[in-house]
Design a binder for this molecule. Structure first.
Ligand code: S3P
Length: 175
């Protein structure tokens, strides 16, 4: 098994800010940063939106799980996962066994305000009418919380600071 001190997986709902936090955390730790969606795009040669539209969600989920397991074992990396990554193919257990999982938690209200401002071309949101977005987020988040709650750590994306998180992670690395 990989050295569990070498990978940090950021998990959380779409729009929670995993990529922004992941980049900052990686920079502060002098670790590499990987966005799992980008790995999927490189491996398949397709954009995420194209995968959903031409191959469907099941194909995307398989590609996502394979990409997750393809990550280099020896490197110190912060991985920003997709919002659905923890909820398929035993991925949450895989991540917990191969690194530290951190759930970046935001309230449905906060997620709604961010995603209503921009859905960011996300395939899962593209067919959701604006008037149903809030309900969609509430329901999907409730389903996914079951997976997210298995994270080793949960941080409050609305209050906790990056410097506080970096300190905690540094302590964890040195444990
Ligand atoms: C998804 C989230 C997306 C991307 C794909 C599916 C999801 O990533 O992986 O569109 O199922 O929630 P972000 O969480 O970075 O938006």
């Amino acid at each position: 098994m990989d050295n569990p001190r070498k990978k940090i997986y950021l998990i959380g709902f779409m729009g929670s800010g995993k990529t922004t936090l992941g980049k900052r955390l990686a920079a502060q730790l002098s670790w590499s940063f990987i966005d799992l969606d980008k790995v999927i795009e490189t491996r398949t040669g397709l954009k995420i939106t194209e995968i959903f539209s031409s191959r469907g969600e099941d194909f995307f989920r398989s590609a996502e799980s394979e990409a997750l397991r393809s990550l280099e074992g020896g490197q110190q990396i912060v991985v920003s996962t997709g919002g659905g990554t923890p909820c398929s193919d035993n991925n949450m257990n895989f991540m917990n066994e191969s690194g530290l999982t951190i759930y970046l938690k935001l309230s449905p209200e906060k997620l709604y305000s961010r995603l209503a401002a921009s859905t960011g071309g996300r395939p899962l949101l593209k067919d959701v009418p604006a008037g149903e977005l809030r309900d969609f987020i509430v329901k999907k988040l409730a389903e996914r919380e079951k997976c997210y709650s298995k994270a080793s750590w949960t941080i409050n994306g609305e209050c906790d600071t990056i410097s506080g998180l970096v300190t905690q992670v540094k302590n964890w690395i040195q444990e």
